[in-house]
Design a binder for this molecule. Structure first.
Ligand code: FAD
Length: 644
């Protein structure tokens, strides 16, 4: 793995308009590929697997749409689409609704379609919608929060286009809160100088996801494939150029490998919170997209900037503890602090003013570090966030979801403070993209949390991520359509289906062996998460990062040795094992990026380099040479096709 801190675009060969009209690889049609315009079993099953996708309607779409062809190649199922989208959060859905005007669209998603970080977003979407605010204000707030590592042009684009993207959401049927004056109610969060957060109480993401999923289900050109886990991107190499032609997936309900061949692929697979043991992210956020893109030779950037949300609910401080450990930590939105919430230690001493003059409204990195410091100094396991001085009816109207969750555990937030603790929340880094979501891999676009567009710099400003996803999903449309009509159109799709070796399931190993592998993988996952929390957390040091490098390297070696001793083959796929390799891959990307940044900036704080350098440069992880990629997690499951 080559990690370097380099000038933002110096090492990137991104193009805003990728198409030169030429097909850059060709192949002959394999004879065993028989095309059918009728449905195969798994597609039929999909029709009935989700209540939102009416069977008759969807099946009719398949039969009538000649662009969608299901093949029965001997080794498994292959599907062909103009656009394949990995992820059904805000970024994937918003893009789908535009590109569907230009061709057939498949949305691949690893669980139920709504299961995503988007669905859990509480606070809202930031946008300049009030006359006393301005794009310049929003830009300044974004850059201050981002510790001046943000790219100014990206920030300008996002802050300028944001209001229109929010209005489009409303046109799609998303319903946001309004004030007594009938205008959108704009909340304020930490780091924002103005009220500019559009929200639906404290369940904004759920409302956005609902509205977009409804629009997608009404679109005859979009096909949703739930419970399909994307394994690896299908790429070819022509000299120094890598191109993407789709993705292999595992249908986790039927355990069948399904290959998707596409002219254009959008990676919108969200975050990687589960590299840590405590995260606000749902279980689907295992960094699959970043890992897949890294293996496919995409440039990865700024992975050291992991945002820890300062205030996740600390279950151990609740009067009634949850019966089982949560899969993801319950978030107490920043808007609680924006609404006047005050942080106290367990002696009810307000501590934030001692750390920053903005007190509770300081950016997240500062609040998280201050809480971390209080906890370490005092040997306590949580601090307290108090909103009870606000009128009861206002609290219940603004934070109904948080109030209900706390009440379920015996805590009335209108009269008592909430126990809170930091938890991993958001990846500021990801797959490096240009201003139109393009990557250095031809035919591969990115949007949403998986992307590193340059907006967040060293720290994301609250409520800027839904906005970024909306803006970049929209900006990626035009170059995608052009790529499809140009280079993408020349690709022999029929031939492509059989070009890569197919992954296999571990069924031949037998149930006992597969069960043992699953159990060991779960243990290793917990050990990796613990190491990341212990050594690559909120406050870092070179010694601890090096210790983590050694520990995680040993852990990966131990896990892979175990697997292969049990008879595992390099082309085998199962959900737990594939997630594990992605978690290892992401953890190592975070680690190597953190080691290469010899300063403290934004979310990356190291005691060995406590100050900011005057040079402001992003971290870039360039595709490594094959010889340095020795582990299973670092390599694509299939061999890449080379044309020269
Ligand atoms: C609790 C919480 C609160 C938040 N609050 C806010 C807020 O108030 N404002 C704000 O701006 N941001 C907020 N965020 C961040 C924001 O929600 C996310 O950054 C944003 O929703 C990301 O959208 P996305 O479309 O990129 O990814 P996601 O919404 O995470 O969607 C990713 C999709 O990819 C799928 N996927 C992942 N891997 C695979 C795979 N291997 N194969 C197939 N599918 C895959 C997932 O199943 C999912 O459908 C919050 C996040 C959390 C967790």
């Amino acid at each position: 793995m080559t990690t370097s801190i380099a000038a933002a675009h110096a090492n990137l060969h991104c193009r805003a308009k990728p198409s030169d009209g030429k097909a850059h690889w060709k192949a002959s049609s394999p004879s065993d590929l028989s095309f059918m315009t009728t449905l195969q079993g798994d597609s039929m099953r999909l029709c009935s697997s989700h209540g939102r996708w009416p069977q008759a309607h969807l099946c009719h779409k398949y039969v009538s749409n000649r662009a969608v062809v299901v093949s029965s190649a001997r080794a498994g199922t292959t599907k062909f689409f103009d656009f394949v989208i990995i992820g059904s959060g805000v970024a994937g859905l918003r893009y789908a609704l535009e590109v569907s005007k230009h061709g057939s669209v498949a949305i691949i998603t690893k669980a139920e379609p709504h299961e995503s970080n988007t669905n859990y977003a509480q606070g809202g979407v930031s946008a300049v919608l009030c006359p006393s605010d301005s794009v310049e204000n929003h830009m300044r707030d974004t850059m201050v929060a981002g510790a001046y590592l943000c790219e100014e042009e990206t920030v300008r684009v996002v802050c300028t286009e944001g209001p229109d993207r929010v209005k489009e959401l409303i046109d799609f049927g998303a319903s946001f809160d309004h004030g007594n004056d009938g205008k959108l109610h704009l909340a304020r969060e930490g780091g924002h100088s103005h009220h500019r957060i559009v929200h639906a109480a404290d369940m904004t993401g759920r409302e956005i996801e609902r509205a977009l999923l409804k629009a997608v289900s009404d679109d005859p050109n979009i096909f949703m494939f739930g419970h399909h886990f994307a394994i690896d991107l299908l790429t070819s190499q022509d000299g120094s150029e890598t191109s993407c032609h789709g993705v292999d997936t595992l249908n986790t309900e039927t355990c069948q490998v399904v290959r998707f061949i596409s002219k254009v692929t959008l990676l919108a697979s969200g975050g990687a919170g589960h590299i840590y043991p405590s995260t606000t992210n749902p279980l689907v956020a295992t960094g699959d997209g970043v890992a897949m893109a890294h293996r496919a030779k995409a440039v990865i950037s700024n992975m050291e900037f992991v945002q820890f949300h300062p205030t996740a609910l600390a279950d151990e401080g609740l009067p009634v503890k949850p019966a089982t450990k949560r899969e993801n930590a319950f978030l107490i939105t920043e808007a609680v602090r924006g609404d006047g919430g005050i942080l106290y230690n367990q002696s009810m001493e307000r501590f934030m003013p001692a750390y920053d003059e903005r007190a509770e409204l300081a950016p997240r990195d500062i609040v998280a570090r201050s809480i971390d410091d209080q906890l370490k100094r005092r040997g306590e396991r949580y601090v307290l966030l108090d909103i009870s001085h606000r009128p009861r009816e206002k609290i219940l109207a603004h934070f109904p979801n948080i109030a209900a969750e706390c009440l379920r555990h015996g805590l009335d937030i209108t009269s008592s403070p909430i126990p809170v603790v930091p938890a991993a929340h958001y990846m500021c880094g990801g797959v490096r993209s240009g201003l139109h979501g393009e990557t250095n891999v031809r035919g591969l676009f990115v949007a949403g949390e998986v992307a590193c567009t340059g907006l967040h710099g060293a720290n994301r400003l609250a409520s800027n991520s839904l906005l970024e996803a909306l803006v970049f999903a929209r900006r990626a449309v035009q170059p995608s359509v052009e790529y499809k009509a140009g280079a993408g159109a020349g690709v022999d799709l029929a031939a492509a289906g059989g070009m890569w070796e197919r992954p296999a399931t571990p069924a031949p190993l037998g149930g006992d062996v597969v069960g043992a592998i699953e159990r060991r993988t779960r243990e290793i996952r917990a050990e990796l998460q613990a190491a990341m929390w212990e050594y690559v957390g909120i406050v870092r040091s070179t010694g601890r990062l090096k210790a983590a490098e050694w520990k995680i390297g040993e852990l990966e070696m131990e896990w892979e040795t175990f697997l292969f001793r049990k008879g595992w083959k390099p082309n085998m796929v199962a959900l737990e094992a594939c997630e594990m390799r992605n978690l290892f891959c992401c953890a190592k990307l975070v680690l190597s990026s953190a080691l290469s940044r010899q300063e403290s900036r934004g979310l990356h704080f190291t005691v060995d380099f406590p100050f900011e350098l005057s040079r402001r440069i992003p971290t870039l992880i360039l595709p490594s040479s094959p010889s340095t990629k020795l582990t299973w997690s670092s390599q694509q499951l299939h061999r890449q096709i080379h044309h020269r």
